[in-house]
Write a protein that binds this ligand. Structure first.
Ligand SMILES: [Fe+2]
Length: 195
């Protein structure tokens, strides 16, 4: 399996390219979270996240400036990867959750079905963007479960699902709510929420 090294530094996700005896070159990959993380982790190769983000943004029917929109997705990605570095969550699933989980919203109201719609949307994207050869069924099942249930206030003992939900809930400040440790599933999620 191909592997790619990424580094999250000062809230920006970098990719390490051309690694050799003299080290690696840094290239900015995307905006990360707001938590100021300087860890590093491996992510499996094979998913074109930049292309997927462009596709999801083309399909998105909500307001680009929405509190649940792309800027929120990026913050979820950043803090989700931070949690993944701490608890061993599946970084690719966390990143897929970040870009997909609110992408079927059309407004900022209490749209309870948007998680289910996000899971269905993931099914339509799977063949081209993360087929079974890249993301095996067990990993894909975690993605769709995390999307489907992310609005229902559940907790999870699964490291990956917990990282997804905590990353989303850590950004509750966007709607004027303070994240609470009792609604977090992971150790780091609780710590970041002040618990
Ligand atoms: Fe969200």
């Amino acid at each position: 399996m191909m592997s790619r090294r990424i580094l999250i530094l000062f809230g920006v996700i970098w990719k390490l390219e051309g690694c050799g005896a003299d080290g690696c070159e840094l290239a900015e990959l995307t905006w990360g979270g707001v938590w100021g993380f300087d860890g590093a982790m491996d992510t499996t190769g094979g998913i074109d996240f930049e292309g997927l983000w462009a596709k999801v943004l083309r399909d998105y029917r909500g307001d680009p400036e929405s509190i649940h929109g792309p800027a929120h997705w990026r913050r979820v990605e950043g803090s989700g990867l931070q949690i993944a570095a701490d608890n061993g969550a599946d970084a690719d699933v966390v990143r897929l959750f970040a870009v997909l989980h609110d992408s079927r919203r059309v407004n900022d109201s209490h749209e309870l079905k948007h998680g289910e719609l996000a899971a269905e949307y993931a099914e339509t994207l799977r063949g081209k963007w993360f087929p079974p050869s890249v993301l095996k069924e067990e990993r894909f099942a975690k993605l769709t479960y995390a999307c489907r249930w992310h609005t229902h206030g559940k907790l999870s003992e699964d490291a990956t699902i917990g990282a997804c939900w905590d990353a989303d809930r850590l950004d509750l400040g966007r709607v004027g709510l303070i994240p609470e440790a009792r609604f977090m599933s992971t150790r780091l999620g609780k710590e970041l929420a002040g618990g």
